[in-house]
Design a protein around this ligand. Structure first.
Ligand code: SAM
Length: 316
């Protein structure tokens, strides 16, 4: 974690975070700190009249503090002497939050719709209806959008997909609607609850595991795709295990990587046997598609590829 960025205090019942970068001298061009804050998912950014502080407001949804830590590093690299993060109590948080979650088209066919909005899907459209609660994943954030766009292109009917860190369940729902059989994991209880509700709301069946570990692939099988929108360190930690869970020519779709971490993430992926197939960038976030590059006809038995000893095999 970069200096100047405080640790989260779990016991605080916070709803919004104010992230402020303090500079020693007024900036001539403050667009970079504004962009860094916006890329973190800040709904609004502001500058103090003396030009010494650039701040933004971020809903304290799950995963927010991990992003604050990453973007805090960017703000310090841009010359901030300190990055201050403060929790803001919000009287009517539920309704304030709702005004920032609006219907949004992502990719060719996907539309993410707030649960409180009436929406009649048009021909060929895939509408994902969400009540995110405190879970991350409304489709507003660039990292989620990049994943949705990649999944729309890469998931086919009958694929076995694992969504690691499902949050609101948005990615898992899209995969299920594209005809995949879907497994998902989530470590935070509140997000597990939101995801379950959203799976019901969208009429999809997803095997959800409340865990930080990767679930065992189906008996005698492997996943075709593993998708994960997480911080860089988590991708690097999981790379080898993801490789063992995938079929020989399977794909690993990742998002949530900042440019400073890209070379380390790429090196970890290559060390685990992945080849980079595609890399996309939006709003200061990188998403990538890696392939194991094997021959699909040369798939080995799942038990050969994973020891699976301490991994969950029963969904919630
Ligand atoms: C950035 S959010 C992504 C949510 C959603 N998949 C999306 O793309 O919008 C990351 C989610 O992963 C969860 N998470 C982080 N590390 C995890 C891990 N090791 N295993 C399971 N869940 C994890 C967090 O609680 C959070 O809900």
């Amino acid at each position: 974690m970069p200096t100047g960025v405080p640790e989260r205090h779990q016991e605080e019942a916070v709803r919004w975070l104010r992230v402020a970068a303090h500079f020693t001298e007024a900036l001539e061009d403050a667009s970079l700190p504004h962009e860094a804050l916006a890329s973190m998912g800040c709904s609004g950014t502001e500058e103090s009249p003396d030009g010494l502080t650039v701040a933004g407001y971020l809903p304290d949804t799950l995963g927010a503090w991990e992003r604050v830590a990453e973007v805090g590093g960017q703000l310090l690299a841009l010359g901030a002497r300190e990055v201050e993060v403060r929790a803001i109590e919000e009287q009517d948080w539920a309704n304030s939050w709702r005004q920032f979650f609006v219907r949004r088209q992502v990719g060719e066919r996907v539309v993410v719709v707030p649960a409180w909005e009436e929406h009649e899907p048009s021909e060929g459209e895939i509408a994902i209806v969400l009540e995110p609660g405190q879970a991350f994943g409304t489709g507003e954030h660039a990292t989620t959008q990049l994943c949705l766009e990649l999944l729309e292109r890469f998931v086919s009917t009958g694929d076995r997909v694992l969504d690691v860190g499902t949050g609101s369940g948005v990615l898992a729902i899209l995969c299920a609607r594209l005809g995949a059989t879907v497994w998902a994991t989530e470590r935070e209880e509140a997000a597990v609850h939101s995801a379950k509700e959203n799976f019901k709301r969208n009429g999809v069946s997803v095997r959800l595991f409340h865990t930080e570990l990767l679930p065992r692939p189906p008996e005698g099988e492997e996943f075709d795709i593993v998708v994960a929108n997480l911080v860089s360190a988590a991708h690097m930690r999981m790379a080898a295990e993801v490789a063992r869970s995938l079929r020989a020519s399977g794909r690993w779709l990742i998002s949530g990587v900042i440019p400073d971490n890209w070379s380390a993430v790429l090196a970890a992926a290559e060390e685990a046997g992945f080849e980079l197939q595609e890399r996309v960038e939006r709003g200061g976030w990188i998403a990538a598609v890696f392939s194991l590059g094997g021959d699909a006809s040369d798939e080995s038995d799942a038990s050969d590829r994973s020891d699976g000893s301490d991994r969950p095999d029963q969904p919630e």
